[in-house]
Design a protein around this ligand. Structure first.
Ligand SMILES: Cc1cc2nc3c(=O)[nH]c(=O)nc-3n(C[C@H](O)[C@H](O)[C@H](O)COP(=O)(O)OP(=O)(O)OC[C@H]3O[C@@H](n4cnc5c(N)ncnc54)[C@H](O)[C@@H]3O)c2cc1C
Length: 460
């Protein structure tokens, strides 16, 4: 248990200005962007790897839970300290340690915000492609810990594809380095891959070697509107099998279209059953060819197709798309968006079936479900809004979310394609992973025998 003596020792490690037990501050660290809550006993803001190591060693000696936190934009309760103890706010460790662009890489601390890294890379003609809707807020450490991704992962892959190596503070405070600065290595188990997506349950990330890519010269966006989401789903399967790899392939259903038009009437999106937004990037010739192939693949299924190459229009569309999750609440002032069951993924062939099932579930529970997301990866965000004061709405919401999760698993999919397991989805881990969950539990016990790192998460 934490006592005054221990708090004082921790203050001596990080400096008294970087530690707080004030209840107003603890409250600020008791949630992320989900509805999950848990109060820490102390918040610590380390500035160096050595400080993280010393704090974690002390926590290990005294069996105190340690939960790492980036920006707290997670949607699964990942950084919520369910068992109290220490929250390590990593956002102050936010330096770019090295630009090594001749080797197509940078070394960063985990607290740097995604968009800030890309702004720093842009003048050199490079970027870090994973592009979540939260890019203006979330940290690289949070992205690595969740293996986050976003609109560009259909072409560029998830965060995992860009992590060459990590510096990690282990549960007993030991510091290790995984991976290397080479583009390939097969030396030993791929520990880097083990820590990517481990949600702070196996170690604390204190530094990362990140691979970057050259910025594409051209981009163009295509809008295609459809009478139903299923027709849009069929068009996605057709586009992806036609040989073109779009740099984004997003779906907006009719409710989201209405919400976005309410949010910004200038957008004037056509009120269709669903819209697909495709982006193509590359050289001028590649973009031209990509547009032709997408138009050809969609023309028999779509009711209208339009291309936007003008940068201003493109930027506005993507800015609005990023706000889709928040704009949902514009539909009805009484209802609030609750993040639950919002991140399923299915194999590409099953997209039309999943869209159809979501529609059935919405009707069965008489609950509006707004579907949007990275459909090119089979990743759907099913946004549900309820009256937070209505017990009946909460029951419907949880039952609908449960059905959405189970449907995704039945279709060979996953309960979380990018937002993470956290505590929101840990109850589905046995169903989705089967006996592979036992291997995860074995790994967790080996690396964190006292179970102090982010306890209560991921089903381990
Ligand atoms: C509006 C909005 C849009 C979003 N869109 C997307 C999207 O398109 N794609 C997507 O993938 N996600 C999206 N998210 C979810 C969220 O932004 C991501 O999960 C992101 O990776 C979380 O980063 P963070 O810095 O906020 O991490 P936090 O929420 O603080 O933490 C997330 C997890 O990472 C762990 N962690 C954080 N830092 C470290 C560290 N240094 N070492 C070890 N573990 C650590 C935490 O313990 C926790 O388990 C969205 C969220 C919002 C609010």
């Amino acid at each position: 248990m934490l006592n005054v003596d221990l708090i004082e020792k921790m203050g001596n490690i990080v400096g008294t200005e970087n530690i707080s037990v004030a209840s107003c501050e603890l409250y600020c660290y008791s949630s992320d962007a989900s509805q999950i809550r848990g109060m820490p006993e102390v918040v610590i803001k380390p500035r160096t790897t050595a400080q993280v190591s010393d704090i974690v060693r002390l926590a290990y000696e005294h069996n105190i839970p340690v939960t790492a936190r980036g920006a707290g934009t997670g949607l699964s309760g990942g950084c919520v300290p369910l068992e109290g103890g220490i929250v390590l706010d990593m956002s102050g460790m936010n330096r770019i340690v090295e630009f090594d662009l001749d080797n197509l890489q940078v070394i960063v601390e985990p607290g740097i915000v995604q968009e800030k890294l890309n702004k720093a890379l842009e003048p050199y003609g490079f970027f870090f492609p994973p592009d979540p809707g939260s890019s203006a807020m979330c940290t690289i450490g949070g992205l690595i810990a969740n293996n986050g991704s976003g609109m560009r992962s259909v072409k560029y892959g998830t965060t995992r594809s860009y992590v060459l190596g990590l510096e990690i503070v282990m549960a007993d405070g030991k510091i290790i380095k995984t991976g290397s600065k080479t583009m390939k290595t097969v030396a030993g188990y791929s520990l880097t891959d083990l820590f990517v997506g481990s949600e702070g349950t196996l170690g604390i990330i204190t530094q990362a070697i990140i691979k970057v890519r050259a910025l594409p010269k051209e981009r163009s966006v295509i809008f295609a509107s459809f009478k139903t989401p299923e027709l849009a789903g069929k068009a996605v399967v057709k586009v992806l099998s036609s040989g073109i790899v779009p740099s984004a392939c997003e779906i907006l259903d009719s409710n989201i279209i209405r919400a976005l038009n309410n949010y910004d009437p200038k957008l004037n999106l056509p009120q269709a059953g669903a819209i697909l937004l495709f982006e193509v990037d590359g050289s001028e010739a590649e973009v031209k060819e990509g547009i032709n192939l997408i138009v050809k693949a969609c023309e028999d299924l779509a009711s209208a197709i339009r291309t936007a190459s003008d940068k201003k229009e493109r930027d506005e569309i993507w800015a609005a798309r990023r706000l889709a999750g928040a704009a949902i609440s514009r539909l009805d002032p009484v209802r609030t968006r609750v993040y639950v069951g919002e991140d399923v993924g299915v194999p590409i062939k099953e997209i039309p079936k999943m869209l159809h099932k979501v529609d059935e579930i919405s009707k069965e529970f008489d609950l509006p479900i707004m579907t949007y997301g990275h459909i090119g990866d089979g990743n759907l965000h099913t946004g549900m809004c309820i009256d937070m004061l209505s017990d009946e709405d909460w029951m419907k919401l949880n039952a609908a979310a449960d059905k959405i999760h189970r449907t995704a698993i039945e279709l060979g999919g996953t309960v979380t394609a990018e937002h993470g397991v956290g505590s929101a989805r840990s109850e589905y881990m046995r169903l989705e992973l089967g006996s592979a969950l036992d291997v995860m539990i074995t790994i967790k016990k080996a690396l964190d025998p006292k179970g102090i790192l982010n306890p209560g998460k991921m089903g381990v």
